[in-house]
Every structure is written in C-alpha cells, then in structure tokens.
Design a protein around this ligand. Structure first.
Ligand code: DGT
Ligand code: CA
Ligand code: CA
Ligand code: ZN
Length: 585
C-alpha cells in the first residue's frame, strides 16, 4: 500500500517531467497541486483509494485520481512511466539552474546524451556547450556560474532573511525619480514561510527604466547581474538570493501586481473566473474576449487597483497572504473582509526565556523591552527541569523566580504602569506525554506551555498518543511549536495536525503559532481546520533575547495566512482576559 508521501512524490515527479517535456502548463500545475494536497492530507490516502472517492479531495480531478488508482493497483503510474520515457529523471535537478529553461535542458540532453549536472559542467569546461546553436559562450558562462551558486546556496531562504534583503532594496528604490508605485510581490508578499526569489514591482514611465535598473543592479548587496532586459532585471545578492525587479507602465501596475503576487494556483482560478465572465486576465490587465476566445486587446476593462480587478470577477479584495487557492474564493465571494489579526492588535508577549534558563537577558530587561514596545504583559516561560541542556529550572529555582516576578510586579504597580509579568513555564512533554513537574508545582504557574524538545521522531501513532496526553493535561494551556520543525533544516514530528487542532479545541487549550522564523509552527496550512473548529492561537515569539521579541511580526503574517481573526489570537487580549483564558479549565 502506498503512503501519502509516496503518492505525493510520484505526482511531483510527473509535474517536473511535464515541465521538461514542454507539456501544457495547466496540466503540469494540476499535478503539482495534487501532489501538495496529498502531502498535506491528514487522512490516509488508502481510505480514499479503497472507497474509490479520491475525487472528493479538493484539487484531485478524475484523471489524476485514475493515475493514483493505477499506481495503487500496479505499483506503477502509467503517466509517470510515459514521461520517464520522454525525459530522464536526472534532468529534474537542472530545472534549478537559473538561466537554463526546460527547452534548452532538453536540447542539451538530446545533443549530448547527458543527464547529470557534473556532465554538464564538463561540457562547459571543454567548450562544447558554447558550440551548441542558440547558446554561445556567454550563456555557457552564465550556466556555469548558476551551477556554482546553486551548489553553494540553498534554493530557498527563510521569510526573515528575504524580508531583510527586500526591505533594503525597496528602500533604495522607492524615492527615485519616476517611481509612481512600488510593491514587493511573489511569495514574500504572500508571506510564505520560505522564499525562493524576491520579486519587486515598480510602476514608472519608460524613460525612467534605464536609470532605475542602474540603481538596482548597483545596490550594495548585489554581487552578480543575472539578467537585464527591457522591463525585467535579475540580480544575485551576497546572501545568494535572487531578486527580480520588473518595471511596468502605471496603467498595468495593478494587474501586474496581482499576477506577480501569485500564487500560481490563485492566478489559475482568477483567470478561469475571468473567462467565465467573457474576459481575459493577464499580467497587463483585464480584456474582453473576442468571439473566437482570443483576447481583445482593444477592449480593456477599467481598473485602478487590485480591488477593482477582483470586483470585475465578483470578488472582494483578497489579502495577499490568503492567495493560495485554499478557500479564499468562497470567503471573498460572500464577505467584504475577514477580521484578520494585525500587528497593531498584539497587546502582550507570551513565551519568552530569561537568564533563568537559556535566555540572554534577565526578566527585568525583557520586561523593560516589552514596555518600551508598548506591550501590556510578558508571559515568561523558561525551560523545565528535564531540559537540562537549556538550563531547565528546578522546583527551588521556580520558587525564586516567582519571588522575583512578584517583586517586579509590585514595582510596576506602585509606579502605576499598565504592565504585568505572568508566571509561566515551557514544560517539556516527556516521552509518555506527561508534563515535567508534580501537580502542586504546575498549579502555581499562571500558565504552562507544553512543548516537545526531545525524541521528536517517534512513529506517528506513538507521537499522537504522547501529544494527546499532553493536551488532556488540565495544566497545559498552550501547546508550543507542535511539530518541532526547523525550516530548511529539520522536518518536524510526524503528526496528524488536523486531529491535534480538534483535540486542542475540545480541551480548551491554545496552540501557539511560534513566530520564530525558524519555526512558524503551527503551520498556516492547518488554518482552515483551525477556523472550522474555532482554535485559539497565540502568536508567540519564543524570545531568547530582546531582539527575539520582534519576530512577532512574522507570526502575525503567518496567522493571517492561516485565516486567524483577531478574536482567536490570545495575545490580542488584555492581561485580565488572558488570565481568564488560562484559568478556564
Ligand atoms: P518562490 O519565488 O518560489 O518563493 O514563489 P513565487 O510565488 O514568488 O514564484 P515566482 O517568483 O516564480 O513567481 C512570482 C509570481 O508570478 C507567482 O507567484 C505567480 C506568477 N507566475 C510566475 N510564473 C507563472 C506561471 O507560469 N503561471 C502563473 N499563473 N503565474 C505565474
Ligand atoms: Ca518569487
Ligand atoms: Ca521571481
Ligand atoms: Zn521550545
């Protein structure tokens, strides 16, 4: 019996090979989407296979369903075998080489019969690639450079890394002459947890383009110019990130912004909504369709911003974070907006470490940093005793810490400050799901965050059992970083997160969105389930330093992406309301 992962991988392979084979883009994207859906599916795919109801899963059409049935029955997926005959699997890696599109990859392969990147490097070194018609020495050099970079740097980076780079380039461009509008687009505007390349879009008159590109390619972060055309220029920064700058005519800006914000999946639905309404949507605008179904470029539909374009398609404006084709169309067809959480709603900090365990600053210093930032409370949660490597607290130390917190709170009170420190702990979830202290100790905290820090790789059923016990524990008020993943470094525990979300609601426990850009855990993609069952979350910085408090902004973006309304974010509430939630058990 195939696992969900097996099926997802096979479908992804089809997607990649289709790209290489120059197959119709929509067809290819359908496989990509089906693959992602199944990888994120909480139920066992075999249940659907046995019941022959795969098409009940959103994003799985009839034909892909058939491919999966065939695969389950025979161990082979005919569509995949077909494409494997057309293009060798080894070429997939080549798709990551910037400056080398699927067409050229296939051409090189057919000419030289090679499939490995090492062989490609050899071809470049001995000058053979440059002799291939249509390529030349310049391209060969560029490809060599790309390979070098690719091997040196990961293909994606974290949200915070991309944000820092994008902000500095954005700042250097935004006030230049001729810039009428400027926005970051792509996955960064959508707040994906990892970013491939950074996309920036400018509206400017044609006469300004050369100078704008000049400034862009001379930015201090830029180490290499990957491409420079009439309207698009790409660079590599010293961090190894690619940044694309596109400059469009002011009248095309809104359509281009929508197009380059994506996601691809969102765009596909938008385009089909346009066609259903006799229109064609592209990166330039919205146009009437001619009788033969072609775009009538002489019949543009008026719009001044993204919102107008959505209106034409009977939708309200969709916040960029939600543009993933995960239910946003149903929502914004009917609703003006969702009351999503915003950074300005956050009133306090929950989940922070101090020098009592592995934090860099004292409780007082952390508290002062919170006050400076306008927060009304700080929920200190140092590590518990089992986390000895992280300076976990003994029962004695806990008592001393409580005294310190009481004293500090006295001072704030006498000074008339609207600020309070809450006594928490980040208790390890032990292997059997128990918390780390006896009941009488646990009862003394204002709140307990329960987190797994060791043995993350138990089999799914064992891990679920462990989590279930932790959630059922009446002292658990927040489940911390549920999967334990470290983005681009380590996969998290194997868990049924949909079930976990439901369990948390059943036991009136919150699950945090750990705002550390390494984690962003709980993942936003469980937001639909969370919304359905009414999960309470808390956007927690897991701060180990003062700077560490400021990652809350990434957590907010991920929470928005997960469709969390302000109401369902614990730390948008007052200290009293938060305490009420902690006590309600
Ligand atoms: P990334 O860079 O991998 O983190 O993800 P994105 O979403 O930024 O992707 P990117 O940079 O390749 O393209 C930016 C946006 O442009 C993408 O979200 C949607 C749009 N776009 C690019 N290529 C296509 C395409 O082939 N079809 C459609 N529908 N949209 C595309
Ligand atoms: Ca991008
Ligand atoms: Ca891009
Ligand atoms: Zn932790």
């Amino acid at each position: 019996m195939p696992t969900n992962q097996d099926v997802a991988e096979k479908l992804n392979l089809v997607f990649q090979l289709m790209q290489l084979a120059g197959e119709n883009r929509f067809k290819a994207i359908a496989f990509d989407k089906a693959s992602q859906t199944i990888a994120g599916l909480s139920e066992d795919i075999n249940t659907f296979i046995e019941n022959e109801n795969l098409t009940d899963i959103k994003g799985i059409g009839k034909s892909i369903a058939q491919d999966i049935y065939d695969y389950a029955k025979t161990g082979e997926m005919p569509v995949l075998e077909d494409f494997k005959k057309k293009v060798p699997v080894g070429l997939i890696k080549w798709l990551d080489i910037s400056g080398l599109g699927p067409k050229n990859i296939l051409k090189i392969h057919q000419q030289f019969r090679i499939t490995e990147i090492d062989e490609l490097k050899e071809l470049i070194d001995n000058g053979k690639l440059a002799e291939l018609p249509g390529l030349g020495g310049k391209s060969a050099e560029k490809i060599a450079k790309s390979i070098e970079w690719m091997e040196k740097f990961d293909e994606r980076c974290r949200l915070d890394q991309a944000t820092v780079i994008a902000e500095s380039i954005f700042e250097s461009l935004k006030d230049l002459e001729g810039v009428q509008q400027i926005e970051v687009a792509g996955s960064l505007r959508r707040a994906k947890e990892t970013i491939g390349d950074i996309d920036i879009l400018i509206a400017a008159g044609e006469e300004y383009i050369p100078e704008l590109f000049e400034v862009f390619t001379n930015h201090e972060r830029v180490t290499e110019i990957l491409g420079k055309g009439d309207t698009k220029s790409s660079v590599r920064t010293q961090e190894g990130r690619q940044v694309d700058l596109r400059i469009v005519k002011p009248e095309n800006f809104a359509a281009a912004l929508m197009y380059f914000t994506g996601s691809k999946e969102h765009n596909v639905v938008m385009r089909s909504r346009a066609r259903e309404r006799g229109m064609s949507l592209n990166e330039y605008g919205l146009y009437k369709l001619k009788d033969d179904g072609e775009t009538n470029w002489d019949a543009p539909q008026p719009f001044k911003d993204e919102s107008d374009i959505y209106k034409h398609l009977d939708l309200n404006w969709v916040p960029p974070e939600l543009r993933e084709d995960r239910g946003e169309f149903e929502i914004y067809e009917n609703q003006e907006e969702l009351p999503l959480v915003q950074e300005s709603h956050i009133r306090g900090v929950i989940h922070a470490h101090s020098t009592w365990s592995d934090g860099k600053f004292s409780i007082k210093e952390m508290a002062e940093a919170c006050i400076e930032r306008g927060y009304e409370y700080l929920g200190i949660s140092d590590h518990s005793k089992t986390a000895a490597y992280a300076g976990g607290l003994s029962v004695d130390e806990i008592k001393q810490q409580w005294e310190e917190i009481d004293q500090l709170n006295e001072v704030y009170k006498s000074e008339g400050k609207n600020f309070v420190i809450l006594k928490g702990i980040e208790s390890d979830i032990l292997a059997d799901g128990n918390l780390d202290y006896e009941e009488d100790v646990l009862a003394g905290f204002d709140f307990v965050i329960a987190s797994v820090h060791q043995t993350l790789d138990m089999p799914r059923d064992k891990m679920m059992e462990r989590m279930r016990n932790a959630i059922k524990n009446p002292y658990t008020r927040i489940l911390g970083h549920p999967t334990g993943r470290l983005l681009l470094k380590r996969n998290g525990s194997d868990l049924d997160l949909n079930e976990l979300v439901a369990l948390a609601v059943e036991h009136n426990t919150a699950i945090e969105i750990n705002a550390s850009p390494w984690r962003l855990d709980l993942d936003w993609s469980y937001g639909n389930k969370a919304k359905e069952v009414g999960l309470m979350t808390s956007i927690n910085p897991d701060a180990h330093s003062i700077d560490g408090i400021d990652v809350i902004k990434y957590g907010v973006r991920i929470a928005r992406k997960g469709k969390y309304e302000k109401e369902r974010v614990l730390n948008t509430k007052s200290a009293e309301e938060v305490m009420e939630f902690f006590r309600a058990r």
